[in-house]
Design a binder for this molecule. Structure first.
Ligand SMILES: CC(=O)SCCNC(=O)CCNC(=O)[C@H](O)C(C)(C)COP(=O)(O)OP(=O)(O)OC[C@H]1O[C@@H](n2cnc3c(N)ncnc32)[C@H](O)[C@@H]1OP(=O)(O)O
Length: 440
């Protein structure tokens, strides 16, 4: 495709080209405070990158750019991705960028790299993400922070002691880490409980979706689908959250975890919500020329992606509903409808997130009033949804989920030229990303 890029000084023609997904890799995801309790973000990300390097023979190569990040990050990890790259056999001249867009971090990293490749700025890129709940940074009180900074600036031992002597027991209370929205103080789960209730999403359908996620993921592992996508880490072979033996009956007995103030109408449990998880993923992208020159597979084309954000603070919209808007804009731009897609990968932040997005796309009033369409956006064929499992079963190490999804979908589309796959990932802050892949 050719586009004209006008600047004040000159007019130049920009040649854009296909971006191909070459393949992905991740470590198995592990429930928080479990198998990876002593692993850091850097340990996990380095391991996921090393797996990718080994799989595609990238040793010694200078990759155009590595972009990625973590949602929960220690301040010492200001250059997390660069430090992780330096722990791999990639050429140390490979630049790296830390990206952050909450649970859409991995998708944003991959999407922005795809744009750079499309424009010819780089030939290859690795989009990556990692998160550790087990190693979440613990924040101290403002008062203690100020005292420690003063002690740090002290020029003599006496000054340092004088500063430290100001510490009082009350200053030592740690601030517990949490997945709360700063503007509302509510957790993601509590926000989603409000949205699920507003959309009338029932307990049974949430439990069914959760059960299907576990069954599909277990089947995919058993069929060997993940043999080339997941490398063992710390002796773990499969995602530790996966429960192949779940039943609808067991799920139906669980007490509500969120929205308890709704009483009998509370529907969200530990099983139909994602578990707190540790893990990392990485995806290799390139121009078709790069893939050909290095004799690398071309699983799918990364066609397009779209960000959206909603105003959830005033309650006008659900916190995790931004992908509803991104999808409408992205489909319109590409002249597509849901009927054109072979597969749908919708991140299961909660079962109700998936179901509320689907309900919104089918709802005439929402689509006319909020999306500005003449009719509902369309139906999603549920037999094509998350067919190899998703976050409810695999777990959701926030920034690593985008890479898991892109690698899974690209592999599903491989050998199906022209077939399309749809991705939706919601994120904290009322944000979200959707994307389109096309089989090659
Ligand atoms: C943009 C986004 O992605 S937003 C999403 C961001 N992520 C989040 O907000 C994380 C949300 N999740 C959480 O906070 C936590 O996982 C919670 C609160 C839901 C649950 O936490 P916990 O209570 O520690 O969960 P736990 O694993 O102990 O499960 C509770 C019970 O449910 C049971 N259970 C959980 N899943 C299943 C299952 N699939 N099948 C059967 N039983 C299950 C457990 O066995 C446990 O039973 P027990 O009490 O008899 O031992």
């Amino acid at each position: 495709m050719t586009t004209t890029d006008r600047t004040s000084a000159q007019t130049r023609t920009v040649q854009t080209r296909d971006v191909v997904v070459i393949g992905g890799n991740r470590i198995p995801f592990a429930r928080a405070h479990g198998a990876y309790a002593t692993a850091s973000n850097q340990d996990m990300l380095t391991s996921a990158l090393n797996g990718l390097v080994a799989r595609f023979g990238l040793q010694g190569q200078r990759i155009g750019s590595v972009a990625g990040g973590a949602v929960m990050k220690h301040s010492k990890n200001f250059n997390l991705v660069r430090e992780s790259v330096l722990g791999t056999p990639l050429d140390p001249a490979t630049p790296a960028t830390d990206v952050q867009m909450a649970c859409a971090t991995g998708m944003e990293a991959i999407g922005s790299l795809a744009d750079k490749i499309r424009l010819g700025r780089i030939e290859s890129g690795i989009g990556a993400g990692v998160d550790s709940i087990s190693d979440a940074p613990i924040v101290v009180t403002d008062a203690l922070r100020r005292i420690l900074m003063e002690a740090n600036r002290a020029k003599t031992p006496g000054q340092r002691l004088k500063a430290l002597a100001k510490i009082r027991p009350g200053h030592l209370a740690p601030q517990a880490p949490g997945v709360n929205e700063p503007r509302t103080g509510m957790s993601m789960g509590e926000h989603m409980a409000v949205t699920a209730h507003a959309w009338g999403i029932g307990r049974q359908e949430q439990d069914e979706l959760a059960l299907a996620s576990h069954q599909n993921l277990a089947a995919a592992y058993d069929d060997g689908f993940f043999d080339d996508l997941v490398t063992p880490f710390k002796g773990v072979q499969r995602d530790t959250n996966l429960r192949a033996d779940s039943t609808l009956e067991k799920l139906g007995k669980l007490a509500p975890a969120f929205g308890r103030d709704l009483g009998e109408e509370a529907t969200m449990t530990a099983a139909n919500s994602t578990a707190l998880t540790d893990g990392a993923s990485a995806v290799l992208l390139g121009s078709a020329d790069y893939a050909e020159a290095h004799d690398l597979p071309q699983l799918a084309t990364f066609v397009d992606y779209e960000q959206a954000a909603v105003d959830f603070v005033d309650g006008a919209e659900g916190l995790l509903m931004a992908p509803a808007y991104a999808a409408a804009r992205m489909l319109e731009r590409n002249g597509l409808t849901f009927e054109d897609f072979e597969y749908f990968e919708i991140h299961e932040a909660f079962a109700s997130t998936v179901l509320a997005q689907i309900a919104a796309w089918e709802d005439e009033e929402f689509c006319r009033g909020k999306l500005g369409l003449d009719a509902p956006l369309g139906r999603i064929d549920r037999s094509r949804l998350n067919i190899h499992g998703s976050s409810l079963a695999a777990g959701h190490p926030f920034a690593a989920t985008g890479g898991r999804i892109v690698a899974t979908l690209a592999k599903m589309l491989h050998g199906k030229p022209g077939k399309l796959g749809f991705i939706s990932v919601c994120a904290a802050g009322g944000q979200g990303i959707t994307a389109i892949l096309e089989g090659r």
